[in-house]
Write a protein that binds this ligand. Structure first.
Ligand SMILES: Nc1ncnc2c1ncn2[C@@H]1O[C@H](COP(=O)(O)OP(=O)(O)OP(=O)(O)O)[C@@H](O)[C@H]1O
Length: 252
């Protein structure tokens, strides 16, 4: 779905080549500064003046999409999303629906489907600047998901999220990961950066591990070995098995 061919962004990331496939959830891991945000920004078509190499969405160069087209084909949650001041929760969600022609009955149904898992109901009428960090993040995730909800946007192809789990409690981290899996199962290419390596191994179809701007490993959860973690993160891990699932614990 989204193909990168020799993608380079300034001196931050690349050259990187690979594909985020339709119908799959790819999770990006890597230490601070390894290039995850730079890669996501390039994949979203938000670094046109700095990016080199080819980025193609469903075969078409991303540089050939107008901003309006991009807004219908892909959505991106930035790591430090700026919240418009003075807005209430429901108004932020309405912004997510803007590229779809505004808040229709179908959009309201989509919001209602997101409301349970992301705990939105108590947030609709609240002013954004009075919300906790995690509450703001839940609204930002909802607004991003709404933009490419396959139920209301037939052009939706790609969903990119930079550290969507940051600031979320466990209940909402799991809800968010389940929603991302659901979007992938409906045919989107879903890509998110994440710092919890065990969660990445549990939920991802494919993991991309970045190290100093390069792809250090790429594939199923089995490519994430203690040796790779030691090399990339400079942390020793102990491996445990629980109910057939491998869990890595960092060691002092
Ligand atoms: N606008 C910028 N100008 C110059 N250098 C930048 C800019 N943005 C990021 N960098 C640098 O590029 C490198 C990659 O940054 P990036 O934000 O992509 O990393 P990351 O993997 O997302 O990190 P983190 O886990 O801390 O969010 C870092 O060394 C960072 O300092």
């Amino acid at each position: 779905m989204l193909a990168l061919n020799g993608f380079v962004q300034a001196e931050r990331v690349g050259p990187v080549s690979g594909e985020f496939a339709a119908g799959s959830l790819t999770l990006l891991i890597g230490p601070n500064g390894s290039g995850k945000s730079s890669l996501l920004t390039g994949a979203a078509g938000l670094s046109r003046s700095e990016g080199k190499g080819e980025v193609r969405l469903a075969g078409k160069a991303l540089s050939g999409f107008s901003l309006h087209e991009l807004a219908r084909h892909r959505a991106m949650l930035a790591q430090q999303a700026v919240l418009p001041h003075g807005l209430r929760g429901y108004e932020l969600l309405a912004l997510g629906a803007e590229p779809l022609g505004g808040v229709s009955e179908a959009v309201c149904e989509s919001i209602a489907r997101l409301a349970g898992p992301l705990g939105l109901e108590k947030l609709y009428q609240r002013q954004l600047n009075t919300l906790s960090g995690g509450e703001q993040q839940r609204l930002l995730i909802a607004s991003t998901l709404l933009q490419v909800d396959p139920a209301i946007n037939s052009d939706a192809q790609l969903l990119l999220l930079d550290e969507p789990l940051a600031g979320l409690d466990w209940q909402h981290q799991l809800a968010c990961l389940r929603l991302l899996r659901g979007y992938a199962e409906q045919g989107l290419a879903v890509v998110a950066s994440i710092h919890d390596i065990n969660m990445a191994c549990q939920y991802a179809d494919s993991i991309w591990c970045l190290h100093r701007g390069q792809l250090a490993a790429c594939g199923g959860p089995e490519v994430i070995s203690p040796e790779l973690i030691a090399e990339v993160f400079e942390v020793r891990v102990k491996v445990m098995e629980q109910d057939g699932q491998r869990i890595m614990l960092p060691q002092e």
